[in-house]
Design a protein around this ligand. Sequence first.
Ligand code: NAD
Length: 332
Amino acid sequence: MAEVQRPVRFLSSADLDTLGLGMGEIIDILEGAFRAKAAGEVTMPPKIFFHRGGPRFYSSMVCASPALGYAGCKWQSGDPANPDIGLPYIQGLYILTEDATGRMCAVMDAEWITGRRTAAASGLVVRHLAKDSDRTLGILGCGLQARAHLEAVHAVRPQFGECLCYDIVPERQDRFVAEMAGNFGFGSIVGMNSPQEVARNSDVLVTGGPIQKDRRPVILSDWIGAGTLVVTIDYDSYVTDEAIRAMNLVLTDDYGQIEDARRNEGKFPAVDRVDSTVADLVAHGKGARTSDRQRILVFNLGIALEDLATAVEALNRAERSGVGTMLPGPGG
Ligand SMILES: NC(=O)c1ccc[n+]([C@@H]2O[C@H](COP(=O)([O-])OP(=O)(O)OC[C@H]3O[C@@H](n4cnc5c(N)ncnc54)[C@H](O)[C@@H]3O)[C@@H](O)[C@H]2O)c1
């Protein structure tokens, strides 16, 4: 039988923007995806992540979910020097494959997906672990993720009204303050002079500095007040070993990836205990806060399931509304 051409839908960042897929919806989608993970319904080998000698890293992340009907793969690079040459820190593409047939269905902008799903995963953690009395979000690193995190925290805890922030590049910090003040319910966004000032005064602290081969962490345990929730999206780059060991609860989105990063990249030397995973938190309440004074640290390394769940929803919407560009695809 003659082989048929199998067209592939390409979704650019602009296409993805038109789909009306909001941050709150992505957080709910991830909540369902983490429940499926807890039920053992997801196949997800550890991501491949490596530095290639300099500061640039490469990573590939794969995942299959029969329940979602798809498997997918993200290939990306990251380099903290990119903004100096007008490129985003992280660049990537996502490939989506129909699980029933193995057919390659879509290629999409992974920068959009990563940008949204990372903040959504933090939002999910904030939904489950922040205190009702929390009002102040601290953010280290005033880039793309900082902006998305304001939206994600607002989606789950609209009572947050203050953001304290710090960026190692003062102009980026100033731009963030000027651009974001008043957005997503944050009436007050204040640039601080040091990460210490941010950490000491935050109810929820998000660390979004660069993930470098050689870590130079600075956050000490006495910078983190009683009851604070710390979510790192930069591995253990910002948090010292002493602070990690002092936390009452340590969680992660994927313990396997911590082990893998320890073995292959020398990360996480101080993580000698993980109390729960985000999947077990969401599905079974394991690792939930039991006191308003607990200091909780969550390593959100970013997992392939988050990309897959977000990409599948994007593709479903794009197919329904005819968004995207059809490419010839393999075969034919
Ligand atoms: N865990 C995940 O799932 C995940 C996903 C995406 C990105 N990330 C990580 O999140 C971080 C931020 O990503 P982004 O897309 O927002 O990058 P970005 O380049 O848009 O922003 C990063 C900002 O951090 C600032 N910065 C650099 N070093 C700093 C330091 N020591 N202290 C404070 N600020 C510093 C930079 O000046 C820049 O403004 C990166 O480490 C990235 O690898 C993690």
